[in-house]
Ligand binder design. Sequence first.
Ligand code: ADP
Ligand code: MG
Length: 320
Amino acid sequence: MPANQPDDRVRVRDAFGIDSDLVVPAFSEPDEHVPEVDEDHRFDPDVTLALLAGFTRNRRVLVQGLHGTGKSTHVEQVAARLNWPCVRVNLDADISRLDLVGRDAIVLRDGRQVTEFQEGIVPWAVQRPVALVFDEYDAGRPDVMFVLQRLLERDGKLTLLDQNRVLRPHPCFRLFATANTVGLGNLNGLYHGVQRLNHAQLDRWDVVASLDYLPPDVEIAIVRARVPELADSRELVASMVALADLTRKGFQAGDLSTLMSPRTVIAWAENTEIFGDAAAAFRLSFANKCDEAERPVVAEYFQRCFGRELADVSPLAAAS
Ligand SMILES: Nc1ncnc2c1ncn2[C@@H]1O[C@H](COP(=O)(O)OP(=O)(O)O)[C@@H](O)[C@H]1O
Ligand SMILES: [Mg+2]
């Protein structure tokens, strides 16, 4: 039976590798909802301190940043170090109000069909020491945002209208969100399907932290740690990260509609090991995901970072 409240303490300097003397409450034992620790995760100091304020002082923290900057993994990895159960809900998926709060469902009871209310993820989480993360918060449908409004109030009780019940949150219930924009909507056309967060919504977050891409040397270190076969190929990995950076700048400038996240760089590095050629692996890991019209831009980035053409080497030829 996991503890109902933090029964341990963690030194921030040791657990997160950031320059701080803080000691924060934590759980001594993980339960099934605690994310797995990723030893290679690198914590951004500002965002980590913001998230720790969320856990320790019950602040509602919204993390914003471009795709692949590590927003979701930051929340999860902080939770992992604190053994704090953490559940992610992606509002990007076609989530409705009933998915969140619950709905009537038909169940069998003593051989008879009866209609019973089945709790959704929000009432489930609210009553537990759980960090609930709304991922892609700016993609939430209006009916969903309406449900979240009440929850975001300081002592936010959750009213289940259909149930005539008011839920008081567990003292260790926590609420986080990640978003690609800070409520400005699809201002520059980069994020399709994001809604404008209204001011009342945005106002309810106590802390808004902003995450940028990792500095190149940190990203290089992460890729080399994840793909040990390339640990000795620092220059190759540096070129890969430089190319990824060009795609991010190109994305921001509107030249590309896709960008390379750190996840894509890692996949590219793994594929390079498998196919034996960075260009072949690049086409398979990224270039083929790009719109036909954008391929020349991508090929030029490759040329700039690798000093050779993104020639049409077939992956099989490269591997042999
Ligand atoms: N600080 C970091 N340390 C280690 N890996 C990271 C870090 N940030 C991002 N990554 C890598 O990038 C991937 C994408 O991160 P993710 O959290 O999904 O981004 P976002 O939620 O911002 O779109 C992760 O799976 C992880 O492999
Ligand atoms: Mg995410």
